[in-house]
Design a protein around this ligand. Structure first.
Ligand code: AMP
Length: 560
C-alpha cells in the first residue's frame, strides 16, 4: 500500500513551483485584476491562516456566494486544504432554498460578492443562518449592509502572513459540497471527498477527459457555484494553465473581449451562453483565433451550435455530467475511425452526450432493473444469427446508472435516498439514454420531474403545488417545453374547476401573481394553458410525456 493520500494539496504546490509566473486574470467588481501563481499560492496561505484563526478546521463548511473570480478561486484551495469543506451556494435559487441549504450545511463562514450581498440579505433568516459566524465580502471594503459580523476579504486575509504548513489530510475527508435540486422537496447535498476531487481532476487532464495542459488558457464561464465550475479551477491549477475568470454576470461582449485579450484556448458553459456569443459574433468583429475548444454541457449542445463553431474553427466538446458525478461523466470526442465521416455524420455523433470517461463505469437498465444491451456490433451479430435484421442504433433505451471514483453514493443527511437514488455503488441518474454501436451515450428523455432552463433547475412539482392550491384550479401540471435560447422553459397546463363563473383571464393573472410572490422571477411559467383534463398514465399519474410531445412543436412560447 502506498501510504499517501490523494488530495488537492500537491496540485497547488506543483503549480507554484513550476509555473510561478503564469497568470490568473479576473474581471471583478473593481475591474480586471491579474497576478501570478506565485501570488495566488501566497494569498491562499494567508487565507488558510485566516480560516484557521476563525476556527475553521476538519469537518467545517465554508460557504461561498460568489461569481467567478480569483478570490473565489483562492477559497477553492484554502478551505479544503486546511481540512474544511468548500460549499458553493447557488445565488440564483429561491430564498427558501438558500435558507435550507445554509441551515442543512451548517456553514460557519460565508464569502459573498458585493453584487450578491442584497440577494443574501433577502434570503437571510436568523434561524437558518444560526451557524454562520462571519460574512466575508469579496473586495477591499464593506458596503452598506443589514448583515452583522461582516468583514472585507482583503482585511480578512491581510492580517495574516503567507507562511502556512499544510496538514496531512485523509483522502476520504469531505473537501467540497454542492446542492442539486430535488425532484420533490428540498435540495440535495452532494459531498466531494479529497479523493473524488483528486480523481476527477486527473480524469479531466487526460485527452479523453478535457485534455487540459500547461499551454492552455482556461476560462470557466460555467459559474463556480455549479459543481466547482465543472472542476476547472482545480484542473487548470493541476495542469499549470493560465486561469481567466469572467466575474459577475458577464455578457457576450465581456466574454469576447476576454477571449481576445487574454488568448483563451478553452472555455466552458451551458448552451445558452454560446448561443449568446454566436449572436454577438454575427454583429461584431471578434477575433476567436486563440480559441481551440468550448466545453458545452449542463443541457444538450444544439447541433447548430456545434456546426457554427466548427465553421469558425472552434471545436465544441460536448460533455454530460451531474452534481453527483463531480461532474464530468461522458465526453463526446470523435473516435479516430469516425474522423473520416462526412461532416454531417460527425455532428450527429458529437450531438450525443458521448463516451464514458476513463475510470467510470455505466449500465443502462429498463423499468424492471434489467440491463438493456448496447446497440453494439455484438448485438447486431446476435440479431443476424437469429435471422433478424440488425436493430437500428438507439432502439433500446433505459435509465443510465453510473459509478466510479468521483461519483457519489449518497446524499448529505438523506439516508432515505440510498433506497431510491442509488443501487449499491451505482447512482441512478434519472436520465434515459440509448447507446449506439460505437459506445456513444445519447440522452433521449429525462425520468426526473424537473425543468432545466439555461442550465438552472426549476422544480415543476413546487410550481404545481402552488398552482393547485388555488381555489379555482381542479388540477394542473407544469411541463418543460423546448425553447431555443433557454433549451427548456416551464409551461403550466391548468384545468379550472367545473364552474361557469371562472374567469380564465383573471385566473391566469392571479396565478402569475401568486407564483411571482413565492418564487424567483425566472421560475414563472412562460405560458399558462387551460386544458380540459391532464392526461394520465395507467396508474393514474400525470402523463407529462403526452403533453411534452403534444406541445413540442407548438409555438407556445413564440413571443419569449
Ligand atoms: P446538474 O446536477 O445540475 O449538473 O444537472 C445534471 C443533469 O443535467 C443531468 O442529469 C442531465 O439531465 C442534464 N445534463 C447535463 N449535461 C447534459 C448534456 N450534455 N445534455 C443533456 N442533458 C444534460
Amino acid at each position: 500500500m502506498a501510504g499517501y493520500d490523494q488530495t488537492l494539496r500537491p496540485f497547488l504546490w506543483r503549480a507554484e513551483r513550476l509555473y510561478p509566473d503564469r497568470e490568473l486574470v479576473s474581471r471583478t467588481h473593481e475591474g480586471i485584476e491579474r497576478y501570478t501563481y506565485g501570488d495566488y499560492a501566497e494569498r491562499i496561505r494567508q487565507l488558510a491562516n485566516a480560516l484557521e484563526a476563525a476556527g475553521v478546521g476538519e469537518g467545517d463548511r465554508v460557504g461561498t456566494f460568489c461569481w467567478n473570480h480569483h478570490r473565489h478561486a483562492e477559497v477553492y484551495f484554502a478551505a479544503p486544504n486546511v481540512g474544511g469543506q468548500l460549499h458553493t451556494i447557488n445565488p440564483l435559487l429561491p430564498p427558501k432554498h438558500i435558507q435550507y441549504i445554509v441551515e442543512n450545511a451548517a456553514d460557519r463562514l460565508i464569502f459573498v460578492d458585493p453584487s450578491l450581498l442584497e440577494v443574501l440579505e433577502d434570503a437571510y433568516d436568523a434561524e437558518a443562518f444560526e451557524n454562520v459566524e462571519q460574512f466575508v465580502v469579496m473586495g477591499a471594503a464593506v458596503p452598506e449592509t443589514d448583515l452583522e459580523s461582516v468583514v472585507d476579504y482583503e482585511s480578512f486575509i491581510g492580517e495574516h502572513d503567507g507562511d502556512y504548513e499544510w496538514p496531512e489530510l485523509d483522502e476520504e475527508l469531505p473537501a467540497g459540497m454542492c446542492y442539486t435540486s430535488g425532484t420533490t422537496g428540498e435540495p440535495k447535498g452532494v459531498e466531494y471527498t479529497q479523493k473524488m476531487l483528486w480523481s476527477h481532476t486527473m480524469a479531466t487532464l487526460t485527452p479523453m477527459g478535457l485534455g487540459i495542459d500547461d499551454s492552455d488558457v482556461v476560462m470557466p464561464v460555467v459559474p463556480m457555484f455549479h459543481v466547482n465550475a465543472w472542476g476547472l479551477p482545480f484542473s487548470s491549477t493541476a495542469a499549470g494553465a493560465k486561469h481567466v475568470y469572467p466575474g459577475p454576470a458577464p455578457d457576450p461582449a465581456d466574454l469576447a473581449a476576454l477571449i481576445e485579450e487574454e488568448g483563451v484556448t478553452l472555455t466552458a458553459g451551458v448552451p445558452t451562453v454560446w448561443l449568446g456569443l454566436l449572436e454577438y459574433i454575427e454583429n461584431n468583429e471578434v477575433d476567436l483565433s486563440s480559441l481551440e475548444r468550448i466545453v458545452i454541457g449542463g443541457s444538450a449542445a444544439p447541433r447548430s451550435v456545434i456546426r457554427r463553431f466548427d465553421e469558425l474553427g472552434v471545436e465544441v466538446v460536448h460533455a454530460w455530467g451531474m452534481t453527483e458525478t463531480a461532474p464530468i461523466g461522458t465526453v463526446s470526442h470523435l473516435k479516430p475511425d469516425l474522423e473520416d465521416l462526412p461532416k454531417d455524420q460527425q455532428y450527429e455523433k458529437r450531438t450525443k452526450q458521448g463516451l464514458i470517461v476513463p475510470g467510470l463505469e455505466f449500465k443502462v437498465v429498463d423499468d424492471d432493473g434489467e440491463e438493456v444491451p448496447w446497440n453494439s456490433a455484438e448485438r447486431s451479430s446476435a440479431d443476424r444469427s437469429s435471422g433478424q435484421s440488425p436493430r437500428e442504433d438507439g432502439e433500446d433505451f433505459g435509465e443510465l446508472l453510473i459509478r466510479g471514483p468521483w461519483v457519489t453514493d449518497s446524499y448529505f443527511k438523506r439516508p432515505e435516498a440510498d433506497e431510491t437514488d442509488f443501487e449499491g455503488s451505482w447512482l441512478k441518474t434519472g436520465d434515459i439514454v440509448s447507446v449506439d454501436r460505437d459506445g456513444y451515450v445519447k440522452i433521449v428523455d429525462r425520468a426526473k420531474d424537473v425543468i432545466k432552463s439555461g442550465g438552472e433547475w426549476i422544480s415543476s412539482v413546487e410550481l404545481e403545488n402552488t398552482i393547485m392550491a388555488h381555489d379555482a384550479v381542479a388540477e394542473a401540471t407544469v411541463v418543460g417545453v423546448p425553447h431555443e435560447k433557454w433549451q427548456e422553459r416551464p409551461a403550466a397546463f391548468v384545468v379550472p374547476v367545473d364552474d361557469a363563473d371562472v374567469d380564465r383571464d383573471a385566473l391566469e393573472a392571479d396565478l402569475h401573481e401568486t407564483i411571482a410572490g413565492e418564487f424567483v422571477d425566472w421560475w414563472t411559467p412562460d405560458a399558462i394553458v387551460f386544458i380540459d383534463e391532464v392526461p394520465k398514465t395507467a396508474t393514474g399519474k400525470f402523463d407529462k410525456k403526452v403533453l411534452r410531445e403534444e406541445y413540442a412543436d407548438e409555438e407556445l412560447l413564440a413571443d419569449e
